[in-house]
Design a protein around this ligand. Structure first.
Ligand code: FMN
Length: 349
């Protein structure tokens, strides 16, 4: 599968853009774990145009993480085109991605992110202006949702219109803006976009990929060109290895699409033969990287989301107090002592 000239290989698995999560450290880790491409946190075009330091810092990329996409959001064509130029000049990303999917009230209610789904002419104007500004240098892609709400699931038509603007790939999260993160992602319309004979750009499916089984199902049932994984990477960056291994072991099996249920089946994949010790060491490495970048206190705070969500620490008997201590630890020494204690507990299970 290719985005522009970037060859992402067979059935690629991408790391979703996530604010406060997909910084350079996490992106590098996920690439090492098998993510075929990684996305930055979204960056405000207005802040970039005003050269706000915190936003410019989000443009930091390194060669080892490539291919990497920088994602921007905004609600006016001029500033979005200007910001895209700044992104290309400063970061030289492999892809510039436009966010038309963020459901957060402070963004969507102002007409940016998923708010753009209520003003399709403006959304298309923005897309055209960014493609005009940087499309000759770098592929421009879009990430969006099915539509604003249940009554306005516009993605099938919107996908064609976006393609006509000159984008190089489209990522679809199988929820509407109104759904936020509730219900199960509905992949039916993602499949419909993919089956539309007018569509020729790659379609990247997103939403609720939580196991290698679901990943394979997304490719086989809905025919997408790539999948994108978000929340399931929290405390489990090795999910990329699990998925990639499964995809490769299934290579050549049945690729027929089906009209059966529109959500992905729920199976819990532990797999890929990765040892418990190796996984714990990966989490410790994540702590060290985060602390090296942000300092001890902020670095530890930054990885707490991962520790809290990690499947490694689920289902351990009488673990509540240790878990609380783990999530309250303020120093690396304290945190590692608790992780080592937990390693002992896990080995006894
Ligand atoms: C903490 C968090 C931050 C997110 N930030 C962004 C973002 O900056 N840009 C974006 O396009 N989507 C963002 N998303 C949405 C994800 O990219 C993804 O579309 C969504 O989580 C659904 O995929 P999943 O079910 O695999 O998590 C964010 C999601 C979460 C949970």
């Amino acid at each position: 599968m290719k985005i522009g000239n970037i060859d992402l290989g067979y059935r690629p698995v991408l790391l979703a853009p996530m604010e406060d999560v997909t910084d350079i450290g996490f992106r590098l880790l996920c690439r090492r774990m098998g993510a075929a491409m990684v996305y930055s946190e979204f960056v405000s075009c207005d802040a970039l145009v005003r050269m706000v330091g915190k936003s410019l810092k989000k443009l930091e990329v390194c060669d080892e993480e490539r291919p990497v996409a920088i994602q921007i959001y905004g609600k006016e064509p001029g500033p979005m085109a200007d910001a895209a130029r700044i992104v290309v000049e400063q970061a030289h990303p492999d892809v510039v991605d436009l966010n038309f999917g963020c459901p957060v009230k402070k963004i969507a209610s102002k007409g940016a992110g998923a708010g753009m789904l209520r003003d399709v002419p403006k959304l298309l104007e923005i897309t055209r202006s960014v493609v005009d500004a940087v499309g000759h240098e770098v592929p421009v892609t879009v990430k969006t949702r099915l539509g604003w709400d249940h009554e306005h699931k516009i993605i099938v038509e919107l996908a064609e219109q976006l393609q006509d603007c000159g984008i190089s790939a489209l990522t679809i999260h199988g929820r509407t803006r109104s759904q936020l993160y509730s219900d199960q992602a509905d992949w039916t319309l993602i499949g419909e976009v993919k089956r539309n004979p007018r569509m020729h750009i790659p379609i990247i499916g997103n939403g609720d990929i939580t196991s290698a089984e679901r990943a394979v199902e997304a490719f086989e049932r809905y025919g997408v060109d790539a999948i994108m994984v978000g929340r399931a990477t929290f405390g489990r960056p090795w999910i990329f290895k699990e998925i990639v291994e499964k995809i490769h072991s299934q290579n050549g099996l049945n690729e027929e699409t089906s009209t059966q249920p529109s959500t992905l089946t729920d199976e819990n994949e532990q797999g890929a033969g990765l040892s418990l010790d190796w996984k714990l060491d990966i989490l410790k490495e994540q702590v060290i990287t985060s602390v090296a970048r942000l300092g001890e206190q902020s670095g530890i705070h930054h990885v707490r989301r991962h520790l809290a969500a990690s499947p490694l620490f689920k289902g351990i008997p009488d673990f509540r107090q240790t878990r609380i201590r783990m999530l309250r630890a303020e120093t690396v020494d304290e945190l590692f002592e608790i992780i080592e204690h937990t390693r002992g507990l896990l080995h006894q299970l």
